[in-house]
Design a protein around this ligand. Structure first.
Ligand code: SF4
Length: 246
């Protein structure tokens, strides 16, 4: 084991993820997250110690095993969670080693801990998957339990660095569905030079059983998913500003 082999808390691994960046992805879900999103699909990743203490070298050996397969699909490695920036040194080590293997790298984050992403971490990150859970500060606080401003500051910083971003928004009827707010978000994003695409994700309740298993109160039981028409209206708001929707 190298002297600088760092350890971090890992919730789980997905070896062929299809939704967290281009191609097939080796996705490392790190545990620990300061947000408390009402619709969180992974409430079992909230606390760092809910994960398993894992050496970076163990993960890097496994990444190397999948390297050729990932490269053939134009894929790479994604750090997700939980919140990967809750463990910035570990995240940096994994991203740097993945780059060393010739793999593309992505960071899936809420941006709330964006200040912890230093130059070394961002230099080793090809793409940021940035979740903006609402562009309205009060709604953001209600949905996540934390302030919106660090996420916006992080998006602006990534824009200044021309770091490619894919923006994700979850559309929750009655909670994050205010269309004028989406208009303002679209205007903001259209002015950032490195936003490559926007994903509007319809709310679903697949995480609800986990909340119950953990003895947590899930408050969105009676919230329906958005209709296809509602989702399309929101997507059209972004398209109208020249943004690419997928
Ligand atoms: S940021 Fe992600 S992991 Fe954290 S509470 Fe929100 S949905 Fe869950």
């Amino acid at each position: 084991m190298p002297e600088d082999d760092i350890e971090g808390y890992v919730h789980s691994i997905e070896t062929a993820g299809t939704v967290d960046g281009p191609g097939l992805r080796y996705v490392v879900f790190l545990s620990g997250c300061p947000l408390r999103c009402l619709y969180c699909h992974n409430p079992d990743t909230r606390r760092k110690k809910q994960g398993k203490l894992t050496r970076a070298s163990t993960l890097i050996t496994e990444m190397a095993h999948y390297r050729d397969f990932l490269l053939r699909t134009g894929g790479g490695v994604t750090l997700s969670g939980g919140e990967p920036l809750a463990q910035p040194a570990f995240a940096t080590a994994l991203l740097q080693e993945a780059k060393g293997l010739g793999l593309s790298t992505a960071l899936d984050t809420s941006g709330f801990l964006g200040e912890r992403a230093d130059a070394a971490l961002l230099n080793a990150t090809d793409l940021v998957l940035l979740d903006i859970k609402s562009f309205d500060p009060d709604t953001y606080l209600r949905v996540t339990g934390v302030d919106l401003s660090p996420t916006i500051a992080f998006a602006e910083r990534l824009g200044r660095l021309h770091k490619p971003m894919w923006i994700r928004c979850v559309l929750v009827p009655g909670l994050t569905d205010d269309e004028p707010t989406f208009e303002r978000l679209a205007t903001f994003l259209a002015h950032l030079p490195s936003v490559e695409r926007i994903e509007v994700l319809p709310f679903h309740k697949m995480g609800e059983p986990k909340w119950k298993d953990l003895g947590l109160t899930y408050t969105l039981t009676s919230t329906p998913p958005p209709t296809p028409e509602q989702t399309e209206r929101v997507r059209a708001i972004f398209r109208a500003k020249g943004l690419t929707i997928v």
